[in-house]
Design a protein. Structure first.
Length: 402
C-alpha cells in the first residue's frame, strides 16, 4: 500500500484593509512552509468579506470567496505588490444592510448587522484550524474579537503608517518611506526651477511616522504630523528661512494626511461617508497648507509672495513591487506565524522588537494607539525630527514602547 501523508490541518489566510507591497510575499512564505509541513492552505478573498459571503447551502465555496493555495499558485505572484487575494474594509460585526450577501439579505431588517455567527460557522464549514489575518489595526481588531471567542488566530501586522501597536515594523512601511524619499527628491527639480515651496501630502491618519522618517533621511526641510497641531505662520517662517539658505531657492515640507493647524476643528476629509470601521477618507490638507503658505508668505519674504507646488503622493507609495525590506520581513513574518502554528500556539501577533523577531499577545492591537512620541522624536518648535543620540535605537529610529 502506498504511503499517504496525513494532513495536519487547514490554515486560512486573508488580507484586509489597504493594499501594501509585501502582502503577496507573506502569503507565499506561509503557503510554502505550511504545505511543506503537511498543512492545507486556503486563501480567503477580499479580507473578512470572503468569510461572510459564503453560502453554506451550496456544495462548496465559490472561487470568488475561497481559493486553495499551492506552491505553484503563490511562487510567481509572491514577487509582486498588492494582494492577489484582494482586500476590503469589511467589519463582520458591523455590516451595513446594503452590504449583506444576497443569501442573508432577507434574514434581518436591521440596518447594521453582526455577522460574527456566520464567520464562525463558515470557518468550521471550511475546516480551518488556524486563521492568519494580515492587516492593520482595524482588520486585526476583529481578529482580536475572534480570538476572544475561541478561534485560533495568529496575526501579521501590515500598514503604510507603521501604526499597529505591539511591533516596531509593519509590512509596507519601508516601501512607503522609500517611495516617499524618491518622489520627493524627484519633485525637487520642479520646486527648484520655479523657486517655490514644495508641499507633499503623505499617509498618516493618526501617526506621523511616514512624514517624520523621510524628513529625518533628508527628503524634506520640515514636516507636520497628526500628533502635534502646528501654526501655519510658523511653518511659513521656517520654510522661508530654509528657502533663503538654499542656493536653488526652494524648500520642502511633508504633511501627514491627518495633520491639523491652529484654528482647524478637525482633519480634512475627501468625503463624508465612513467605512465600516467609522473612518472617513482623508485627503486635502496638503492643498490647504499650500494655499495658506502662499497667502501668508509675503510676511516673511519682504512683501513678496512665494508660490507653491502641492502634490499628494497617495497610492503612488503603496502600488508596485515591494522593496528589499518588504520582501525579507514578510518572508520572516510568514515563517514566524508557522512556527507558532507548529507549536500549537495562537492568540499572538508576530512582530519585530529592537531588531529581533518575536511575538506578543494579539490583544495588544486594541490596547492603545501607536503614535509618534512627540517629546522623544519631534521638535515642535522647529517642525522637524529630533536629531539626538542614535545609539541603541532600532533601525527605523522611531517606535513606541509597549
Amino acid at each position: 500500500m502506498a504511503h499517504v501523508k496525513r494532513l495536519k490541518g487547514t490554515i486560512g489566510i486573508l488580507t484586509g484593509g489597504g493594499d501594501v507591497p509585501g502582502l503577496n510575499p507573506v502569503i507565499r512564505a506561509i503557503t510554502i512552509r505550511a504545505i511543506g509541513e503537511g498543512y492545507r492552505v486556503l486563501g480567503i478573498r477580499r479580507g473578512w468579506a470572503g468569510l461572510i459571503e459564503i453560502n453554506r447551502d451550496l456544495k462548496k465555496p465559490s472561487s470568488s470567496q475561497v481559493i486553495e493555495l499551492t506552491e505553484q499558485v503563490v511562487s510567481k505572484v509572491g514577487r509582486t505588490g498588492g494582494t492577489f487575494l484582494h482586500t476590503s474594509r469589511t467589519r463582520p460585526n458591523a455590516v451595513p444592510r446594503q452590504n449583506l450577501p444576497d443569501h442573508l439579505r432577507d434574514s434581518t431588517k436591521d440596518e447594521v448587522v453582526d455577522l460574527t455567527a456566520e464567520v464562525l460557522a463558515n470557518l468550521e464549514w471550511l475546516g480551518i484550524d488556524t486563521l492568519i489575518p494580515i492587516g492593520g489595526d482595524d482588520t486585526l481588531s476583529y481578529a482580536v474579537h475572534l480570538h476572544n471567542m475561541g478561534v485560533p488566530v495568529v496575526a501579521i501586522p501590515k500598514t503604510m503608517d507603521n501604526d499597529v501597536p505591539g511591533t516596531d515594523y509593519c509590512i509596507g512601511f519601508s516601501t512607503c518611506v522609500t517611495r516617499t524619499i524618491e518622489m520627493t527628491h524627484a519633485l525637487r527639480t520642479s520646486a527648484g526651477s520655479h523657486e517655490r515651496f514644495l508641499v507633499i501630502e503623505v499617509f498618516g491618519r493618526y501617526a506621523g511616522f511616514t512624514a517624520l522618517l523621510p524628513t529625518m533621511a533628508g527628503a524634506a526641510n520640515r514636516c507636520v504630523i497628526p500628533e502635534s497641531v502646528f501654526d501655519l505662520e510658523q511653518l511659513a517662517d521656517l520654510l522661508s528661512e530654509d528657502r533663503r539658505q538654499n542656493p536653488s531657492r526652494y524648500s520642502v515640507v511633508l504633511v501627514s494626511e491627518g495633520a491639523t493647524f491652529t484654528g482647524m476643528e478637525e482633519m480634512v476629509y475627501q468625503e463624508s461617508e465612513t467605512d465600516q470601521y467609522g473612518h472617513r477618507k482623508l485627503g486635502g490638507i496638503g492643498d490647504m497648507v499650500a494655499r495658506g503658505l502662499k497667502h501668508v508668505s509675503p510676511r516673511f519674504n519682504n512683501g513678496r509672495r512665494v508660490n507653491t507646488i502641492s502634490q499628494r503622493l497617495g497610492y503612488l507609495v503603496r502600488c508596485g513591487d515591494p522593496d528589499a525590506v518588504d520582501s525579507i520581513v514578510p518572508m520572516a513574518y510568514g515563517n514566524l506565524a508557522m512556527d507558532l502554528v507548529l507549536d500549537g500556539v495562537s492568540g499572538r501577533l508576530v512582530n519585530v522588537r529592537n531588531g529581533r523577531y518575536d511575538n506578543v499577545p494579539i490583544d495588544v492591537v486594541t490596547s492603545h494607539k501607536k503614535v509618534v512620541d512627540v517629546a522623544k522624536f519631534y521638535n515642535a518648535d522647529r517642525l522637524r525630527p529630533k536629531y539626538n543620540r542614535f545609539i541603541g535605537a532600532p533601525v527605523f529610529i522611531m517606535t513606541s514602547d509597549y
